[in-house]
Design a protein around this ligand. Structure first.
Ligand code: PMP
Length: 288
């Protein structure tokens, strides 16, 4: 089956999908994006994702290309045309095509690209054994709360992970405090059983999965603390995991060359993962 991409009002074969070389996304990384999980053909948490997209638009002083309802129609149609069952839908908005100049163009026309694809389920071993993470210095800018397509530091950190046989890179600031993963939010369970993730400031992206997991943890009565934690604390944690729209909640059992606790996925991480799968199944079921 051939893939279809949505590009500025048209559904085109993926292989022929094009943007102009003067697109500011291509020139400057001047754009934003969202990735939503798709389960049984249904977008998961689409409203929270679009809330965050609208926030990114405001912070970037970009104009919405169409209404939220219209964006949802395009995303759903892209999912349908690509026959996506379980996978992701990707939405990218850039400030538009203009002669190369750092300052914003006078009358920018936001460019829209949407793609969707099926994704293989995570290998069972990832969940049963947990995954390895490596640490990398967080060399990003001061507005990590904006979901920008300018992801070079994140790509460099993920490459370090890949070259070391790891699933994710955990970013650490110059004070030795964990910020987040290169494409995920980071969590620990402390020795005394408290679930901890850092508050959503400018230093991290406020993950939509993060928000859903906080909600689930509250509902399940898990003791939860929103605060920054150090790399040292993470190394000594009882459990660690990362969350994102494509990882859900993924237990981390090795950090650099040392196991976390006994090197087995923690009970809270697995409980939250199961509840998050339920959270997705409920939305997929409700739409059926
Ligand atoms: N932090 C970063 C840097 C990310 O790239 C992502 C995933 N895009 C996340 C956190 C997790 O966000 P979400 O749960 O919305 O996928």
């Amino acid at each position: 089956m051939s893939r279809i991409a949505y590009v500025n009002g048209r559904y085109v074969p993926h292989a022929q999908a094009r943007v102009h070389i003067d697109d500011r996304g291509y020139q400057f990384g001047d754009g934003i994006y969202e990735v939503c999980a798709v389960r049984s053909g249904v977008m998961i948490d689409d409203d929270p994702h679009l809330d965050r997209l609208e926030r990114s638009l405001r912070e970037m002083r970009m104009t919405a290309p169409m209404s939220r309802a219209a964006l949802k129609v395009v995303m759903r149609e892209t999912i349908r045309r690509n026959v996506v069952n379980d996978g992701i839908v990707y939405l990218q908005l850039t400030r538009g095509v203009a002669p190369r100049d750092h300052a914003f163009p006078k009358a920018p026309k936001t460019q829209v690209v949407v793609t969707a694809r099926n994704a293989k389920p995570h290998p069972a071993a990832f969940v049963e054994d947990g995954v390895k993470a490596v640490t990398a210095p967080d060399i990003r800018w001061g507005r990590c709360d904006i979901k920008t397509i300018a992801l070079l530091p994140n790509c460099m950190a993920k490459q370090v992970a890949k070259e070391n046989g790891a699933y994710e890179a955990i970013l650490v600031d110059e004070k030795g405090v964990v910020t987040e993963g290169s494409s995920s939010n980071a969590w620990i369970v402390t020795g005394d059983g408290k679930l901890v993730t850092r508050p959503a400031t400018n230093e991290i992206l406020n993950g939509i999965t993060r928000l859903a997991i906080i909600e689930i943890a509250r509902r399940e009565g898990i003791v939860f603390e929103e605060r920054a934690f150090t790399l040292d604390e993470m190394r000594r944690a009882r459990e660690a995991f990362v969350t994102s729209a494509s990882s859900f909640a993924m237990p981390v059992t090795q950090l650099d060359d040392a196991p976390i606790a006994n090197g087995k996925p923690g009970t809270i991480a697995l409980k939250l993962r199961a509840a998050y799968l339920q959270h997705m199944a409920a939305q997929a079921g409700a739409a059926a």
